[in-house]
Design a binder for this molecule. Structure first.
Ligand SMILES: Nc1ncnc2c1ncn2[C@@H]1O[C@H](COP(=O)(O)OP(=O)(O)O)[C@@H](O)[C@H]1O
Ligand SMILES: [Mg+2]
Length: 273
């Protein structure tokens, strides 16, 4: 059984690097926050890109990150949560380079190395409406911990790249394996990133992704230079340029997911307009 009755925990996972995981985590978090939902981002990537993007402190200066949380005792969650970030309504558990070492240590210090994050996050059930977990580009223990904690999984897939689905079978096998310890986890589907439906290669990838994953999320994210710009400025796409196409797409994606997951958004359109 999954331990989360009230909070929706979404792992954004794909062991392929550069397919849009972190971008999805940050902008979904920002849009959920705007809907009035209480959001926690958990950074499980040693590269800590999500933390660099929305954290008020550089991850190297944070004492208690997801690395320490994984190896600590059950009551340590409050020490890991930073309520203030660059994005309103969004709290953060920082990632850090130390996660690499933690991943090695987990095997030696615990009988259930894939279930440490879940047991540490459990006290947050009912406190946050949604927890978004940013995964590293691997299928090792850090990703297993994220998936074992999750109520739902989204797989960002780079559309327009002929290699976008490379490794997808391994990912699906891994999710099946995780279902032995987290049987209720649900794969929400593939999220097409850098999608352009006018391009044949994107159309081809879309139909293959549908066959592979069984479901494609109804909102697709197009290519935009604003994505990099927002990361450099440590802002969400909404804060950078709310009327841009890509900001609108993340807004629609969040609204669609809020409906699917029955997240109780305060009011449509949210605050901070
Ligand atoms: N829709 C997009 N349009 C243009 N660039 C994007 C888009 N999504 C992501 N990127 C860029 O692609 C790179 C990888 O994205 P990122 O979200 O960091 O992927 P991951 O976390 O899977 O490694 C980053 O430089 C990011 O700014
Ligand atoms: Mg990333």
């Amino acid at each position: 059984m999954n331990s989360f009755d009230q909070t929706k925990v979404i792992a954004i996972a794909n062991h392929k690097g550069g397919c849009g995981k972190t971008t999805t985590v940050i902008n979904l978090a920002a849009e959920f926050g705007r809907l009035g939902l209480k959001v926690l981002v958990v950074d499980m990537d040693p590269q800590a890109n999500a933390s660099l993007h929305i954290g008020k402190t550089h991850p190297s200066r944070v004492d208690f990150t997801s690395a320490e949380l994984l190896l600590s005792n059950v009551a340590s969650l409050p020490a890991a949560i930073h309520e203030e970030t660059n994005v309103e309504g969004v709290s953060l558990i920082y990632g850090s380079l130390a996660l690499g070492k933690t991943e090695d240590e987990l095997k030696d210090v615990t009988p259930r190395p894939s279930e440490e994050l879940r047991s540490k996050l459990e006290p947050a059930d009912g406190i946050y409406d949604v927890i978004l977990i940013d995964c590293p580009p691997s299928l090792k223990l850090l990703t297993s911990n994220a998936m074992a904690s999750a109520t739902h999984i989204i797989v960002p897939v780079e559309s327009g790249s002929q290699y976008g689905l490379y490794g997808a079978d391994d990912l699906l096998k891994h999710i099946d394996k995780i279902k032995r310890i987290n049987p209720s986890v649900r794969l929400l589907g593939a999220l097409l990133i850098k999608h352009d439906e006018r391009q044949t290669v994107c159309k081809l990838l879309e139909s293959t992704a549908l066959k592979t994953f069984g479901h494609i999320l109804p909102v697709k994210i197009s290519t935009s230079t604003k994505v990099n710009q927002a990361a450099v400025m440590q802002q969400s796409l909404h804060a950078l340029d709310r009327s841009s196409k890509v900001a609108r797409e993340f807004r629609q994606l969040a609204a669609s997911l809020a409906q699917t997951l029955e997240l109780n958004a305060a009011e449509e359109g949210g605050k901070n307009e």
